[in-house]
Design a protein around this ligand. Structure first.
Ligand code: BGC
Ligand code: ZN
Length: 378
């Protein structure tokens, strides 16, 4: 079968011809990949020549966002059956720490985890993969066409889950008991700022809007850009990030209760720390890979954070529960915002055209591989 990834002895993205994998253990499931998404992590690994290849191997198949169809199951498999449409999770726990042993490998405390398509394990830019049923989440009917978005959505779910968990310190939040952090409308009476309108920013905004939060977003592309329009379709409000200052931002929207960082633009993100509202939360999800020297008033920053009870959270990866929540909320987002998720996938390529798929594509939002050509109708 055809696969795309990085090889120890070759430069850049390459393709391989691999043997179709087989079921080995009783809990194993063989999955036919239907679609696989491309994201910033893939582009980064290619650009930086970061080859996180498993021990004893000469290559890694990339790709960590996928949807597939179950073809065959081991004799001990209970929760999926041939024909089911499933989404695989990314991380495989260390098997040692309390978090990993309790289905929370996104919070692994040893750092000895592996990640499919990223860190030591083969990913999904290929035709088939085998994994245990515990790592496969069944897609609800009707969501098949957009289920490839479940992984990036799960990243936003995890980040927002962290915010809600920590902000449960404010059970009274506002005067409306129905807006407390454990209720669906928890965002009403609050304001959020999303930095970046790429897929993670989009999903962060989608969750904020689903929770009825007044949501603004900063982008440095013109208002006519497709990703800006997608955000506006969820009634998130555009702020041009070019030349923005903390003062001009506050003038425009007031002080945000939640800042959801999804751009990795460290200077911008750190520069906006002093604008947070009282009891506000910042959650960082973008991963900058370069270096930046940021000059800021440290006293002001600490003073603000202490006096205003603020918190900063970093959030990475997601576990099975976040995928399940992601799929549920994706149904709601499409219902509420006129099927907006169906307009997030802007470009689709055959796997063999991987070089075109990875070339810069102007005005794109989510680029995917249509791996199974016969599966257009999923
Ligand atoms: C993935 C995460 C993963 C991270 C690792 C992201 O693109 O969505 O699941 O943990 O990369 O760098
Ligand atoms: Zn662990």
């Amino acid at each position: 079968m055809f696969a795309v990834g990085l090889a120890r002895k070759q430069e850049g993205l390459v393709d391989f011809e691999l043997k179709k994998p087989e079921i080995k253990g009783p809990k194993d499931v063989l999955v036919r990949v239907l679609q696989a998404g491309i994201d910033g992590t893939d582009r980064d690994m290619i650009q930086r020549g970061q080859k996180d290849i498993g021990e004893g191997e000469d290559f890694i198949v990339l790709g960590h966002e996928a949807v597939g169809r179950v073809e065959e199951v081991g004799r001990g498999v209970r929760n999926v059956k041939p024909g089911d449409i499933v989404v695989p999770t990314v991380r495989r726990g260390c098997g040692q720490c309390a978090s990993c042993l309790d289905k929370g490998s996104d919070m692994c405390s040893t750092g000895l985890y592996k990640e499919r398509g990223i860190h030591k394990l083969h990913g999904y830019f290929t035709e088939y993969f085998v994994d245990e049923e515990q790592y496969l989440v069944v897609v609800p009917p009707g969501l098949e066409e957009v289920a490839v978005l479940a992984e990036p959505m799960s990243i936003a779910e995890k980040a927002m889950g962290q915010v809600r968990h920590i902000q449960a310190r404010l059970p009274w939040g506002c005067f409306h008991p129905e807006h407390s952090f454990d209720r669906p409308g928890w965002g009403a009476c609050k304001k959020a700022l999303v930095i970046g309108a790429g897929p993670i920013g989009f999903f962060g905004a989608a969750l904020l809007r689903l929770a009825d939060m007044v949501t603004y977003f900063i982008e440095i592309v013109p208002e006519t850009a497709l990703k800006v329009r997608r955000m506006q379709e969820m009634e998130a409000q555009y702020i041009d990030g070019r030349g923005i200052t903390p003062e001009s931002l506050v003038k425009r929207m007031g002080n945000p209760d939640i800042v959801f960082e999804a751009s990795g633009a460290s200077e911008l993100a750190l520069g906006l720390l002093p604008v947070g509202a009282r009891n506000g939360a910042f959650v960082f999800t973008g991963i900058p890979r370069g270096q930046s020297q940021v000059c800021m008033d440290g006293d002001l920053l600490l003073r603000q954070m202490v006096r205003l009870n603020q918190i900063i959270i970093g959030s990475i990866n997601s576990n099975r529960r976040h995928f399940e929540a992601a799929l549920q909320n994706m149904v709601e987002i499409d219902k509420r915002f006129d099927n907006v998720l169906h307009r997030v996938i802007t470009h689709s390529f055959a796997l063999k055209d991987y070089r075109d798929a990875f070339a810069p594509i102007p005005d794109s939002l989510k680029v995917i591989f249509q791996v199974d050509e016969g599966a257009q109708a999923i």
